[in-house]
Write a protein that binds this ligand. Structure first.
Ligand code: AMP
Length: 285
């Protein structure tokens, strides 16, 4: 695997791969890689002959009170982990490189705004987060020019908004969703899990327990499923819930009580100082 830090090296490597007739698969990340990220690389490699992974902690998607400064940065370990995958190129730029325009100016203004589907849930709790995320994703798409890009289902609202972005602005680009990778306990893997103490890890398991409780009640309809998840979360007083919601997978709008179709049960909660996200697809018929 080649490691590059500049846009010109990236462009050259991608152009060479394309000239050799290879499809370009892209996996954008913020690093601190775990098995969830590595699964995205393998999914990309199953469909593309040349896989680019990016590692960039994007300042535009963090609010002033968030963990941008202390977000884990582990480039050496990440590079070593990627060496064991099918990744062909690691692009690890700094912010000047990502946001440098053709005229040499660094421009960190927001170029993409999330529509209505970005207003609720993560969008309501983290104002500006999705605009910053979409701005960097579009910038990375422009730099990498991939044929396909893989995003984790774990960040369900992000995946939804990236699909909207691609449909509007990148018609030839295929967006692939990767299933959530979990610990044996059920805890969804996350770079932020490393902030959890051993005790908090056990408390954090109640998120996935709640999702499973909801699945078990799915035959009784959306209201029962939601109530089962709420009850399960209430068993663990250390969980501070940001939101629990059942949304239509195709619109990201909350479902009515008589909903039939594919829904996503979303949970966002804090355990200690760590914010955790999880979700589960549930089909109601
Ligand atoms: P991040 O580095 O946290 O921005 O995540 C980079 C990509 O990895 C995003 O598309 C995430 O949705 C995805 N991802 C993160 N955690 C997981 C997980 N546990 N399972 C599958 N994908 C994940």
């Amino acid at each position: 695997m080649r490691v590059v830090h500049t846009n010109s090296e990236l462009a050259q490597a991608v152009a060479e791969a394309r000239a050799a007739g290879k499809r370009i698969g892209f996996v954008p990340t913020m690093g601190a890689l775990h098995a969830g990220h590595l699964s995205l690389v393998e999914i990309a490699a199953a469909r593309a002959e040349f896989v680019v992974v990016s590692i960039f902690v994007n300042p535009l998607q963090f609010a002033a009170n968030e963990d941008f400064g202390k977000y884990p940065r582990t480039l050496d370990a990440d590079t070593a982990a990627l060496e064991h995958t099918a990744a062909n190129l690691l692009y690890a730029p700094n912010a000047e490189e990502v946001y440098r325009q053709a005229n040499g100016r660094i421009d960190t203004s927001i170029t993409h705004h999330a529509g209505r589907a970005g207003d609720n849930f993560e969008g309501a709790i983290r104002p500006g987060h999705f605009d910053g995320m979409l701005t960097v994703v579009a910038r990375l798409f422009d730099l990498v020019k991939p044929d396909l890009a893989v995003f984790g289902a774990k960040d369900a609202q992000q995946l939804f908004l990236v699909r909207e972005l691609a449909a509007q602005s990148y018609p030839g680009l295929e967006i692939i969703a990767a299933p959530i990778v979990r610990e044996e306990s059920g805890l969804a893997l996350s770079s932020r899990n490393r902030y959890l103490t051993a005790h908090e890890r056990i408390q954090a398991d109640s998120l996935s327990l709640a999702l499973r409780a909801a699945v078990q009640q799915s035959e009784n309809g959306p209201a029962q499923a939601l109530a089962a998840a709420r009850d399960a979360l209430a068993q663990e007083p250390a969980i501070r819930l940001d939101y629990l919601a059942l949304v239509d997978k195709s619109t990201f709008e909350p479902v009515p009580e008589d909903f039939v179709g594919s829904a996503l049960l979303l949970i966002a909660a804090r355990v200690g100082n760590t914010r955790l996200l999880d979700n589960q697809e549930i089909d109601f018929r």
